[in-house]
Design a protein around this ligand. Structure first.
Ligand SMILES: O=C(O)CCC(=O)C(=O)O
Length: 294
């Protein structure tokens, strides 16, 4: 693991532009490990025995020309957990978000094959209304070298200042990924939309704010574009008392707005706290739901 020290200048850029691009987030060994785990995950092989929260593509079941997606692969695969739940990712997100600590909200595992269709431009935080602080900071990590024509993620510079929009019409495989983006720009009185593609080597990536518009176009290259995203929230986040998110509110207990660390673990906190099961789980010393070693 590389230390992810975020400088004051990067914090300033993050707030101004809504994102920063970083050359190196995970090691080459971790990139190779995740590429290998992708094969298992998209065949529906769950290392821990547990199904991820969202499985939007499975080999043999779904169309070959769409972007494959799984959310919360960390619950199904401890190798994935060993990368995406690292404390350093939590520390970097806390610094950028101005939080005392970081919880993972969900991971996002994406595989866009050659010819794979676009993902619509959206604001992540529009999908987070089931929480009291829907202000994500996300760490997007490339698992292949990315190119502008290869369907890499693109951020719209400064769009974190455009205000809050709703969930978009079509996230998966829209003909035109920028439909909702243009409407949001109109509402914000912006005529010049600057889309910045993230072009990095595998292992590099970016951090973006939950209110930054982003999406990605068709993969027009001959190579796959794989990536993994750690969508993070403040350690202080609680469930919204009324709003029911159709997937993640299943983890809300009746009569409580507290987030259970088994499902939304704390990756890093300035007071030294880290969810106690994480390191043993990530090292495959305990199974899902196992006894935490003292
Ligand atoms: O990787 C992409 O194409 C889009 C990723 C995304 O939507 C996200 O990180 O929130």
């Amino acid at each position: 693991m590389f230390e992810l020290d975020i400088s004051d200048a990067q914090v300033e850029r993050f707030h101004a532009d809504g994102f920063i691009i970083v050359d190196r987030i995970i090691s080459d060994e971790q990139v190779a490990l995740l590429r290998e785990r992708f094969e298992h995950l998209f065949r529906g092989e769950w290392e821990t025995g547990l199904t991820p929260d969202e499985v939007n593509w499975r080999a043999g079941r779904d169309r070959e020309d769409v972007t494959r997606q799984i959310c919360n692969g960390w619950k199904a695969d401890r190798f994935v957990a060993s990368v995406v739940l690292q404390g350093e990712i939590g520390r970097a997100c806390a610094r950028l978000g101005g939080w005392p600590g970081t919880r993972i909200s969900q991971d996002n595992i994406l595989w866009k094959p050659p010819g794979g269709k676009a993902l619509g431009f959206h604001q992540d935080s529009a999908y987070e209304q089931w929480t009291t602080i829907p202000d994500w900071v996300s760490c997007w990590i490339a698992l292949d070298d990315t190119t502008e024509s290869g369907g890499t993620v693109e951020y719209v510079r400064g769009s974190n200042h455009w205000g809050e929009s709703d969930m978009i019409e079509q996230f998966h495989a829209p003909e035109d990924p920028a439909t909702d983006l243009r409407k949001a720009a109109d509402r914000a009185g912006v005529s010049d939309i600057e889309r910045v593609p993230v072009v990095v080597k595998a292992g590099g990536g970016a951090f973006h704010s939950g209110w930054t518009w982003h999406g990605s176009d068709v993969n027009r290259s001959s190579r796959p574009r794989r990536s993994i995203v750690a969508h993070c929230m403040s350690s202080e986040t609680r469930f919204h008392p009324d709003y029911v998110g159709y997937i993640y509110s299943r983890y809300k207990r009746f009569g409580s707005d507290e987030m259970d660390e088994s499902f939304f673990p704390v990756l890093w906190h300035e007071n030294g706290h880290r969810s106690p099961f994480l390191d043993a789980y990530m090292a495959r010393r305990i199974p899902w739901g196992g006894q935490v070693p003292q």
